[in-house]
Design a protein around this ligand. Structure first.
Ligand code: NDP
Ligand code: MG
Length: 382
């Protein structure tokens, strides 16, 4: 039986992963980790009976330990806990579904311990892809994409030679503000941006989708996953979210993966790759879809996408600055401390201020994150 650790088990990807496990009945969940949601993780522990459970928050971990004292589970806390969950002997695959760069250390530790990675946590690859991909290759573990676009690309590459890729065509819905000008966007509130037209996701990625920073992060994620250059990844807006992404090969052939918007498909594909399993749910009905439309992304009004290309092209610590500034700004926007357009201004000024370090190690990446926060706090928190 395959043994699974889920980092971020109480979130959108985490709970859908557990749904896939529940539906199939032949995967054993051996470790669960979350931030602070004791109620949700307690219910998961009672249902899935892992041997390790982790709460990032130490006080919450103590509370959880008391609550599950009747169960055979070790309750751990903090980064040590996350690393222990992802490297435990009875784990084969680690689903990385935490939000943000916090995923870097546990992901690297899991790879070093020989675990396959089902990767949802794109921020980790954006900031440390140059370390993670060669390490995974050296150790001989698989990095299986969970992000729907990257899963689509991965599926389109089945049986193909990665060296024959001409272009990755990364599709985007364009989000709830597609077609808007910056002027129209200036009064957007968190509650407006939290409504995505096609996908139900966690709060941070929903905001990222509305600014198109999510697509920017995904361009960098694709570049590392599929070993291509930044200018080989082209964003194609496809508002119906029917085509999940495409690959153009050197002979001009284009392969695509299509489906209804359901994250359980990429999650299940990553867990059982290369096998396909039955997945209940709606199927595409092309007679009622009628048409699928395409357009170019608007990089003038959605500068976050343009800045991602700049960050990825320069490389080094600049993608970390892009990502860290965005993490900080999205958190502050959700707390109503800054305006919507400030998100992109904060990313842009942080990038302009940063002295890039080429080929950073983990410590240099985390230092660039700290420096970015310090710069933003000195500039924006007066
Ligand atoms: P959610 O906000 O829904 O869930 C985040 C999860 O991470 C929760 O379980 C949360 O625990 C946990 N968590 C947060 N901080 C920590 C921490 N410091 N230590 C341990 N656990 C922590 O996020 P999503 O599921 O939407 O996204 C997860 C990742 O997957 C992101 O990187 C996102 O970009 C990516 N992704 C998500 C998609 C989606 O459809 N949702 C699609 C493609 C990619 P708690 O509940 O206790 O706070
Ligand atoms: Mg995606």
């Amino acid at each position: 039986m395959k043994k699974l650790a889920i980092l971020g088990s109480t979130g959108s990807i985490g709970t859908q992963t557990l749904e896939v496990v529940r539906n199939n009945g032949d995967i054993q969940v051996t470790a669960l980790a979350a931030g602070s949601n004791v109620d949700a993780i307690e219910a998961q522990i009672r249902e899935f009976k892992p041997s390790i459970a982790v709460m990032w928050d130490e006080a919450k971990a103590r509370e959880l330990a008391v609550r599950v004292a009747d169960m055979e589970v070790r309750v751990l806390a903090g980064m040590e806990g996350l690393i222990e969950a992802s490297t435990a002997e009875d784990v084969d695959i680690v689903v990385t579904a935490v939000v943000g760069m916090i995923g870097i250390r546990p992901t690297i530790a899991a790879i070093k311990a020989g675990k396959d990675i089902a990767l949802a946590n794109k921020e980790t690859l954006v900031t440390a892809g140059h370390l993670i991909m060669p390490l995974a290759k050296k150790v001989g573990v698989k990095i299986l994409p969970v992000d729907s676009e990257h899963s689509a690309i991965f599926q389109a590459l089945n049986g193909e030679n990665q060296r024959e890729i001409a272009k990755i065509l990364l599709t985007a819905s364009g989000g709830p503000f597609r077609g808007w000008t910056r002027e129209q966007m200036k009064d957007i509130r968190p509650e407006d941006a939290l409504k995505h037209p096609n996908w139900a996701m966690g709060r941070k990625i929903t905001i990222d989708s509305s600014t198109m920073v999510n697509k920017g992060l995904e361009v960098m994620e694709a570049r590392w996953l599929f070993g291509v250059e930044m200018d080989q990844v082209q964003v194609v807006v496809q508002p119906q979210s029917v085509i999940h992404s495409m690959v153009e090969f050197v002979d001009g052939a284009v392969m695509a993966q299509l489906g209804t918007p359901d994250m359980k498909l990429p999650i299940q594909y990553a867990l059982y790759y290369p096998e396909r399993r039955y997945l209940p749910g709606k199927r595409l009905d092309f007679w009622s879809i009628g048409q699928i439309t395409f357009e170019a992304p608007d990089m003038e009004n959605f500068r976050g996408l343009k800045l991602a290309y700049d960050a990825g092209t320069v490389g080094g610590t600049l993608p970390t600055v892009y990502n860290a500034a965005n993490e900080w700004a999205v958190g502050s926007f959700l707390n109503k401390q800054i305006g919507y357009l400030d998100i992109i201004d904060i990313i842009e000024s942080s990038m302009a201020h940063h002295q890039v370090i080429a080929d950073p190690d983990v410590e240099a990446i985390l230092e660039a994150e700290r420096e970015t926060y310090a710069f933003i706090e000195s500039r924006w928190c007066k």
